[in-house]
Design a protein around this ligand. Structure first.
Ligand code: ADP
Length: 319
């Protein structure tokens, strides 16, 4: 009987529990023993390991966060930390590991693979900034959460004829901002992948106002600019009252969307299947509408690209 383990690492994302459930139940289906490592690589160093069964992952598919908990662990980047982690894996007879997280977490997995541990990654981050996959677990929920919040803000914006600047998450990526901007009908979207041009924002707001829009919404990706600064700039240049809202961590939590649960299910099954095939150092990925696998080296070498097509369409639809 093969023994595998699963952990979540880096920032939490809604849908990670669906992926854990999928890994555990698929492993069980193929008659493998499956262990959970709590608190990411920190738990691997600390030997914080538990046996998982199909029943133990019941009633988690709808829950945000990660029942295995997650961590950022600087010690794992050192030879001593890595050696402790490997010792834990050896102690429990773990032959293969599924790491659910971002590309940072995959670098940890890659380090383990150099010592003969089979590793497969599952992309899990709300930022959707991992090269090689169209979708990471958590992104869809984060976008929906932000859009729902902005719909509420829009009620106040329209009642008071106010301009709202809303900052969304995304780390160094504009992916959340672009999807939220499209779905919320933003007048302007600022993303880190494009140069910041205050005149462009002003021109967009003026154009929208000329055709009678009284409550435009400007979406700012956290990696592009500080929403407070954007708000201050607009206050000095437009007649309308300007308010700023930073959505923050509400975008990271909450019950995962149907899409993120389905992604978790698909990715988890594929990850275990790849381990059983003897594959290592790959990330499961969505390419078009197909689940596939991408080598970690490709994930590390490539740059995340923003969907600038969305930006152009959002600009056209704003006016
Ligand atoms: P994410 O997975 O969301 O990109 P981080 O970049 O914070 O998050 O990485 C998560 C964890 O992965 C780190 O705290 C560390 O434990 C591990 N890790 C990242 N890079 C390396 C590396 N080069 N070697 C070993 N472990 C790493």
């Amino acid at each position: 009987m093969k023994t595998f383990a699963v952990l979540t690492s880096g920032g939490d994302a809604p849908g990670m529990n669906a992926a854990i459930r999928s890994v555990v139940r698929t492993a069980s289906f193929y008659e493998c023993r499956i262990l959970g490592i709590r608190h990411g690589y920190q738990g691997m160093i600390d030997d914080d390991v538990l046996e998982l069964t199909p029943g133990s992952v019941g009633d988690i598919i709808q829950r945000g966060g990660t029942v295995l908990q997650t961590a950022r662990c600087e010690a794992f980047k050192t030879p001593v930390g890595l050696a402790k982690g490997i010792a834990t894996l050896q102690k429990h007879g773990i032959e293969g590991l599924v790491v659910i997280g971002g590309d940072g977490s995959f670098r940890g997995a890659y380090a383990l693979a150099q010592y003969g541990i089979q590793v497969i990654g599952i992309p899990g981050t709300i930022d959707n900034d991992i090269p090689g996959t169209d979708e990471s677990i958590g992104f869809d929920t984060a976008v929906n959460t932000a859009v729902e919040a902005i719909d509420r803000i829009r009620d106040t914006a329209s009642s008071h004829d106010r301009t709202y600047v809303v900052e969304v998450m995304g780390h160094r990526s504009g992916a959340i901002a672009l999807s939220v901007g499209m779905a919320a009908g933003a007048a302007s979207i600022l993303i880190p992948e494009e140069p910041q041009d205050p005149d462009r924002v002003l021109a967009q707001l003026n154009k929208a106002r000329e055709r009678g829009k009284k409550h435009p919404i400007v979406i700012v990706a956290e990696g592009a600019a500080c929403a407070m600064d954007v708000g201050e700039f607009l206050r000095n240049h437009i007649a309308s009252e300007v308010r700023v809202t930073v959505l923050g961590h509400i975008q990271r939590g909450g019950s995962p969307s149907a899409r993120d649960r389905i992604l978790g299910g698909l990715y988890g099954t594929e990850a275990v299947r790849l381990l059983l095939e003897g594959m290592t150092n790959h990330m499961v990925a969505m390419c078009g509408a197909r689940v596939t696998a991408v080598p970690f080296t490709e994930v590390f070498d490539r740059q995340h690209e923003a969907n600038l097509f969305y930006h152009r369409i959002a600009d056209i639809l704003a006016v």
